[in-house]
Ligand binder design. Structure first.
Ligand SMILES: *Cc1c(COP(=O)(O)O)cnc(C)c1O
Length: 242
């Protein structure tokens, strides 16, 4: 018998996937090129299993302390990939490398260097995304790259990060500001894509992935080129905290 969590997650995921398909059609995109990272933060362990049962293979968490036991308790689900999406303190870089398969929230050079060092020690190569603040909001993490004039300097910094031997840069990530009208985040997603297109010309590497779009705005993100959607509440329901 499926649990209540399993039934709810499957129903919600069906609706999200339907909406992704419709948005992809509107934009003339192939919906298969768009993957969901199910954000299970602050939801109990059973939601990880429910997500897997429903067909989700990428799980996102924003705190290493929470992800560590969740991953340990789901180690029989070997085809799950664990993605870090939250800000990382330098002293936690080692645990992050141990717990996660990919990091979306590389938001400064120093943490790239630390992750590179720890991945080297662990004998792995860590897929990462460079988190960029392209909304001009003061409170967000990431490289502040709202102004195009700042892009050439970032390209130099990113070139160096792309050369770190134990990291594998896959693309860019952004957090859109919380707004009442989702349509207002569209220019933010457009700017992240423009930045990616600029980097493609300026920095050798794989810039194929755009990690953008959450519960409130994932359909707009799809229309604007997202390849990874980080979706929590639309699939797992409201969170008590966080
Ligand atoms: C919580 C979180 C999400 C998911 O947010 P929802 O609004 O629940 O979809 C996505 N990305 C990051 C970085 C988050 O912290």
């Amino acid at each position: 018998m499926p649990s209540v969590a399993e039934i709810q997650v499957q129903e919600r995921l069906n609706e999200v996937q339907e909406r992704i398909h419709v948005a992809a059609d509107r934009a003339g995109r192939d919906a298969h090129a768009i993957r969901i990272v199910g954000i299970t933060k602050s939801h109990p362990q059973e939601f990880v299993r429910a997500a897997h049962e429903a067909g989700i293979r990428l799980i996102g968490e924003n705190r290493v302390e929470e992800a560590l036991p969740k991953r340990a308790n789901a180690d029989d689900l070997a085809d799950l990939e664990w993605h870090m999406v939250g800000h990382i303190q330098s002293r936690k870089a080692r645990t992050v490398v141990q717990v996660f398969d990919a990091v979306h929230s590389v938001d400064r050079s120093k943490i790239a260097d630390r992750l590179n060092r720890e991945a080297g020690q662990a004998g792995t190569r860590l897929p990462i995304f460079l988190e960029c603040n392209v909304s001009g909001e003061a409170s967000k993490w990431g490289w502040p790259l709202t102004d195009e004039a700042s892009w050439p300097e970032a390209a130099e910094e990113f070139t160096r990060i792309c050369e770190l031997p134990n990291l594998e840069v896959r693309g860019l990530m952004t957090m859109a500001p919380r707004v009442i009208e989702p349509e207002r985040v569209r220019p933010v997603f457009q700017r992240l894509r423009a930045l990616r297109d600029y980097l493609r010309q300026a920095v050798p590497g794989d810039w194929s992935e755009l990690s953008m779009g959450m519960t409130e705005d994932y359909e707009i993100a799809v229309e604007e080129g997202a390849t990874l959607l980080r979706i929590g509440r639309a699939i797992f329901g409201p969170r008590a905290i966080g």
